[in-house]
Structure formats: C-alpha cells, structure tokens
Design a protein around this ligand. Structure first.
Ligand code: XIL
Length: 373
C-alpha cells in the first residue's frame, strides 16, 4: 500500500477507519487491507470517495423501468457515480428489427441517471452476441457496414452528452477460435474482416466526438496459457489501432475474477504498462468475483473475495489509476453469475460489494480504499 504518512489521517477520516487500524496500515503492508477495522455501516458512500480521487464508481443493473426493486435502485443512486446498463443498450434490445429502434429502457436509465446526478456508461455497441437474428444473418460487407453505420450513428447520437464512456467493441479477441490474429469469430469478422473494429470506432467518434471510446475485454488477469495468449493478441490489436490512428481512448478491463486463480502479477503489470504507454486510459468495467468453488462460510468467503479484489486493484493501480471502477451488479441479490454457477452447498454466490440484504461487505471496503486513493 502506498499510503504516505501524512495522508493517513485525512484518508482514514474520510473512510471512517477506526484508529486502531492506522498502526497496521502505517507499518507498510503492501496491500490495502480489506479486513482492517472499517466501519462498513457508517462510512460514506463510494461516490463520495470518487469526488476526492476522481476515480468514479459505477455498477451495472437492469433499467429502472424494468427493475422493480426500489431498494436496489436507491442503493445504486447512493453509492454510484455511473449507471452501467446491464443489457438495455445491447443491440438485441435497441434495434430488434432493421431500423426499428427501441430506447425505452435506455431512456429510463438516462432519466434515472440525470435525476440522481449520475453518468451512464454506454454498454455496448458491437459484440458477437446479444444480437437479433437479422444481424446474425448479415452476409455481405456492404450490408454489415450499413447496419453498423445506422446502429452506431443512431444510438450514439441519441445519448450524446449523457455518456461517460462507450464500450464500442466488446470482446473482440478469442484465441480459442483459432482465427487470424486471434480475433473472435463473429458476424462482423466474417463480413468485414478485422477492419470492423476500426470502422466501429470511427462511426462512434463521428456521432459523438467528445465521449471517450473503449474496447472492452475479459480473461487477461491470471497465470494461465489462455490469459497469456489473450494479453498478447489484445496488445497487438491495440497497437494496430494506434498505428491506424483509430479514435479509441481506453481499454475496459472487464475483471470477472475467480477467487481460486492466481494473478500473473509480472505479466499483467507489463501488459498494462504497455497499454498505458500506447496512450490508453484504463477502466475497470465489470468487476465481480466468482466464489462458486470457494470453501468456507459467508464471512470467510467475503474475506477471500475482498483480498482477491485488493490484490487485483493493487496490480492495476501500480501501473495507473483507472478512470473508473464498475462492478457487474451491486448486490449479491442480482448477479448474472447465478445463471451459470451454483455452489455445491446451495448457498448463494457472494461476488459483489453488497450482500443479498444490501449490507456492505468486505469487498466494499476494498473498493473504498482504492477509490479514495
Ligand atoms: C451479461 C448480463 O449480465 C446477463 O444478464 C446477460 O444474460 C448476458 O450478458 N461481459 C459483458 C456483459 O460484457 O455484457 C455480460 O453481461 C457479462 C460478460
């Protein structure tokens, strides 16, 4: 942890840290301890720490027009600077039939964000999935380009001035697909080749020249062959986009973490360093921690999850402060992981900063510490 001696008192006060923790922290632990005495109930919300550091906190959710849980929405407005539409701005929602747009959910998010002094993270314009059948059936470069032009032009213009950043291209790399340059197989790649990435950014930039534009990717954190291949291919792509003067500003690190895996600290640090050197800003866009296979009761798992998050943030922050940290959901009550993973002991997953009762967990404290840095 890079706490300077003279910074401790102010930061500790902002975070509501008990004084007993100060000795431990000042002694120079390298990670910001997630489990130090931290008054989780009394500490001020994450977005108040953002105001000090400039690092914004966001979280994904269904649109207020379809999410009927008022407590969740209230917690989102209290904690977060940024609303991330979990599905509302994906192609299958916004343009289910050619040229027929539906922004009902997106607009309800924009209105909610405006009411609560929040921004919206635009997620996502070009992806291989969450596309309606007519898009999967596109068969020529001309048709695919026309579809991208209309879709990106319409959606980006509609929310111009309200969006914190756009995820223009989501998950373009998949070495397991064994295609040239490790691009992921998609309708866009089949119709337009790898140039679709550059095209998508140019179209988004033309529709909104001011908003930061991101490429968003997952699966690069750990000491595995798959993660290494992804880092390598991603760096090649990011370099190529720079060489072509593509209007792209940031790399979104999805950060879907898994407690039982080991970070590749050296390689991840080197990778992020190269990305930053190319002039990209970093954003953490979809943080959560899968605890499906983790042993222990809820409390033990919360400690492990928080430690894992601190370890990860320590690596990222050692390279550069991300512009934002967003979690994929806010409360364990609503996590996408539930669709795919179940714990053998039948207890609910605990991947997010608030528990199923909306109480803050240790992971919340890990986030607070880094957001306040
Ligand atoms: C997920 C949503 O959370 C689910 O509700 C939906 O069924 C599938 O998509 N990476 C992304 C997100 O970029 O858009 C995904 O969201 C999670 C993985």
């Amino acid at each position: 942890m890079r706490l300077r001696q003279n910074g401790i008192t102010r930061r500790a006060a902002t975070l509501g840290l008990a004084s007993a923790a100060l000795g431990t922290m000042a002694a120079g632990t390298s990670l910001k301890p997630a489990h130090a005495d931290f008054d989780l109930e009394l500490a001020s919300p994450l977005r108040s720490h953002s105001r000090v550091s400039g690092i914004k906190f966001g979280c994904a959710s269904a649109a207020p027009s379809v999410q009927t849980d008022r407590v969740l929405l209230e917690k989102i407005a209290t904690e977060a600077d940024i609303f991330v539409p979990e599905g509302a701005l994906k192609w299958d929602q916004t343009e289910p039939r050619p040229g027929e747009f539906n922004f009902a959910e997106g607009d309800s998010i924009a209105a909610f964000a405006a009411r609560n002094d929040m921004l919206v993270h635009g997620h996502t314009l070009v992806w291989y999935t969450a596309i309606p059948p007519w898009v999967s059936q596109l068969g020529t470069a001309k048709d695919a380009q026309a579809a991208l032009e209309r879709h990106i032009g319409t959606e980006v213009s509609r929310y111009r001035g309200k969006i914190w950043a756009w995820d223009v291209v989501n998950e373009p790399i998949e070495p397991d697909d064994r295609l040239d340059n490790d691009y992921r197989n998609s309708v866009w790649l089949r119709c337009l080749g790898g140039d679709y990435v550059d095209l998508a950014f140019r179209l988004a930039h033309a529709a909104d020249p001011k908003t930061p534009l991101c490429l968003n990717e997952y699966g690069i954190e750990y000491a595995t062959g798959a993660a290494r291949r992804k880092r390598q291919a991603l760096l090649v792509l990011l370099q190529k986009l720079r060489d072509r003067n593509t209007p792209i500003d940031c790399l979104g690190l999805q950060s879907h973490l898994d407690c039982l895996q080991t970070f590749d600290r050296d390689e991840l640090t080197a990778f992020l360093g190269s990305v930053v050197k190319l002039g990209y800003r970093l954003m953490i866009t979809e943080l959560d921690v899968n605890d499906a296979k983790l042993r222990g009761d809820g409390t033990q798992r919360d400690f492990a999850v928080a430690r894992h998050v601190s370890e990860y943030l320590d690596i990222v922050f050692s390279v550069a402060k991300p512009a934002s940290i967003a979690t994929w959901g806010l409360s364990d009550r609503y996590t996408w992981l539930r669709q795919y993973y179940k714990r053998a002991d039948g207890t609910p997953l605990r991947p997010l900063p608030l528990d199923v009762n909306f109480d803050r967990k240790r992971m919340w404290a890990s986030l607070a510490r880094y957001i306040a840095t």
